[in-house]
Design a protein around this ligand. Structure first.
Ligand SMILES: [Zn+2]
Ligand SMILES: [Zn+2]
Ligand SMILES: [Zn+2]
Length: 282
């Protein structure tokens, strides 16, 4: 609504008093019709002149000092005092008129003016009403547009919040999964480290066992060699003893001195009940 619209509305408020005048004007007879109500006009538009013996307005009788005159509008007989007004007619001539006609014409003119003003104001009022209706319609349209926009905005905000909530939920779920996965990875790493430690321990044990095995093998080899050596010695001694006598029988054939010597020499070594032949007789 701009400044000119506001000015129109202000005018509309101040004009309510004028609208009541319109009913007044329509109830009154139009000023242009007053002359035709009781007059018989001649073809040139002037009235028939009446020759009464007294003034139509004051009833004063006409005489030599009170001369009769005629009103050129109503045609009635009028004294000088009640017909001093003049008026210019259609042929630009000043003509006499009675006070009644003068009053009636003036009031008709005023009425015409008022009616013109009223009709002008009524038009303005109509224009302002139309403007007002237009503005009210525009206002209501804008209002409903604003409401629609607000509703759209509210819906959009709601949808946005839902989206955000959904995303937040997903994010939380992912974070939870991530934490679980991290925990699983940590656990696996610990298990792996434990298995590495076990592996190292087992490796160390293996190395120790291998070393011990090697020792045992070498010991076993030594023992085997010694056993073979002993077996060889035994074989050698056995071969040497073949054909010799048992120690008891030898002792029985020896003298007591030789028996003693034999006992001293071969006491610690006794095998298969035989003694070495060459060492026994030295
Ligand atoms: Zn008179
Ligand atoms: Zn008159
Ligand atoms: Zn002897």
């Amino acid at each position: 609504m701009d400044e000119s619209d506001k000015a129109y509305l202000r005018k509309l408020n101040s004009m309510d008093s004028f609208t009541s005048l319109s009913s007044f004007s329509t109830s009154q007879t139009s000023s242009s019709s007053f002359m035709s109500k009781s007059l018989s006009l001649k073809p040139d538009g002037s009235p028939d002149l009446k020759n009464d013996n007294k003034c139509h307005i004051c009833d004063k009788k006409f005489s030599l000092t009170n001369r009769r005159h005629h009103c050129r509008y109503c045609g009635n007989s009028i004294c000088e005092d009640h017909s001093i007004k003049r008026r210019v007619n259609g042929e630009a001539k000043k003509i006499r008129m009675c006070d009644n006609c003068d009053r009636e014409i003036i009031s008709g003119e005023i009425k015409d003016e008022i009616e013109n003003e009223i009709s002008r104001l009524q038009n303005e009022v109509q224009l302002v009403r139309e403007l007002n209706e237009r503005l009210a319609k525009e206002h209501s349209e804008k209002f409903s547009k604003v409401n629609n926009l607000e509703a759209e905005l509210t819906n959009a905000e709601k949808a946005q919040k839902q989206k955000e909530q959904t995303l937040q939920d997903k994010l939380n779920l992912e974070l939870e999964r991530g934490e679980k996965a991290r925990a699983e990875v940590d656990e696996l790493r610990r298990a792996l480290e434990q298995s590495h430690t076990c592996e190292r321990e087992i490796g160390d044990k293996c190395t120790a066992y291998e070393a011990r095995l090697a020792n045992l093998k070498s010991e076993s080899e030594t023992l085997r060699e010694r056993k073979e050596e002993l077996i060889n010695q035994v074989e050698h001694l056995t071969n040497k003893l073949k054909g010799s006598l048992p120690l008891d029988q030898i002792k029985m054939v020896l003298c007591p001195r030789c028996q003693q010597k034999l006992n001293q020499t071969y006491r610690p070594f006794s095998m298969n009940g035989s003694v070495l032949e060459d060492e026994g007789e030295s």
